[in-house]
Ligand binder design. Structure first.
Ligand SMILES: [Fe+2]
Length: 330
């Protein structure tokens, strides 16, 4: 009798426990933000995965090499496919680190989401000790700053250097007085050869949905000019755009690392030097002496933009403004 009761209790516990376990699994299971198929970390057998690598970058000795990608955090198969191309290019161009331009996590931000939308997708790069430096987008919780693999050291805005290049990650969600003071204080004592900003919202953009973040620009642009910032990388827009130099500063948008807003770049925009909005993409960058080399590659392995920009010649507080383009403030 005792045995029968014990068996019934055990059976009930198994059923009940299983139901609870299932319920927990269902409520905590991450889902990709877009797309139907989920990235698994497996290499994807697509045409892009075998497309030839055609590097335009010089790979000079002692140069600073990095990758830029934005708006990644979907966990979709397309994000994975782009990651596979990133990985293949690393064999020809051994970049040391990656700048993430925000919206690193769409939707949930549980540990399982970080696994689905980041760790699985970039597993091989992480295994190869490539460091990712994140900035916060409008979809990101501030607590991402404590996630070790984003290398933010618990800060919403921070600076690090590689060779003669200083990188500043700004929190463009809240450009408050505290951040502005920190930025000015850091730039005032910064003797680096290159000063590069990365943030989520683009001060200049030809996007139809968002466009230029003009309020942000009003705050940061005078500081960039005053202290001789050379280049700015932003995301938010789900396409690639190389903006014509604005008051002497180079601006890039690279926000199609996990999402695409096809056809969103306004045709004939006076801002656009080059744009690509028909597939996802990432950027490869190489700083060598006074030159900034760049190559932009799509999910299908096509090079959609490439070139070299020369470091701006300037004296303190006098960046060249001769190529100023007049932009209507939105
Ligand atoms: Fe965004």
């Amino acid at each position: 009798m005792k045995r029968t009761i014990a068996s019934v209790l055990t059976f009930a516990a198994l059923i009940f426990g299983g139901l609870i376990g299932n319920a927990l699994a269902q409520t905590s299971a991450p889902v990709p933000a877009t797309g139907e198929r989920v990235a698994t970390g497996e290499r994807v057998a697509t045409a892009a995965a075998s497309a030839p690598v055609k590097l335009t970058l010089p790979v000079k000795e002692g140069s600073v090499r990095f990758l830029v990608i934005g708006d990644t955090g979907t966990g979709t198969i397309q994000q994975q496919e782009l990651s596979d191309v990133m990985l293949r290019y690393r064999q020809a161009f051994p970049y040391e680190f990656v700048l993430m331009l925000g919206d690193n996590m769409y939707g949930g931000e549980k540990p399982a989401d970080f696994k689905l939308k980041f760790e699985n997708v970039y597993k091989q790069l992480l295994d190869d000790k490539v460091k990712f430096y994140a900035t916060l987008g409008n979809h990101d919780e501030s607590n991402q700053r404590f996630y070790e693999q984003f290398n933010m050291n618990g800060e919403e805005f921070y600076r690090f250097t590689k060779g003669g290049v200083a990188f500043y990650s700004l929190n463009s969600n809240y450009m408050d007085k505290r951040q502005v003071k920190w930025l000015e204080d850091e730039l005032a004592k910064d003797t680096s050869e290159w000063k590069i900003m990365f943030m989520h919202h683009p001060p200049y953009s030809s996007g139809g949905k968002h466009g230029s973040s003009s309020g942000l620009r009003e705050v940061v642009e005078p500081i960039f000019l005053k202290y001789g910032v050379n280049a700015v990388f932003a995301g938010h827009e789900h396409f690639y755009e190389r903006v014509k130099p604005q008051k002497g500063i180079y601006y890039f948008i690279s926000g199609a690392g996990g999402k695409l807003r096809s056809g969103d770049v306004k045709k004939g925009s006076p801002l656009t030097e080059k744009a690509f909005d028909t597939d996802m993409s990432f950027m490869l960058l190489e700083v060598a002496g006074d030159e900034l080399h760049f190559q932009v590659i799509s999910r299908t392995g096509e090079t959609v933009d490439s070139g070299v920009l020369t470091k701006q010649q300037k004296k303190p507080n006098t960046l060249n403004t001769s190529n100023l383009t007049v932009i209507p403030i939105r």
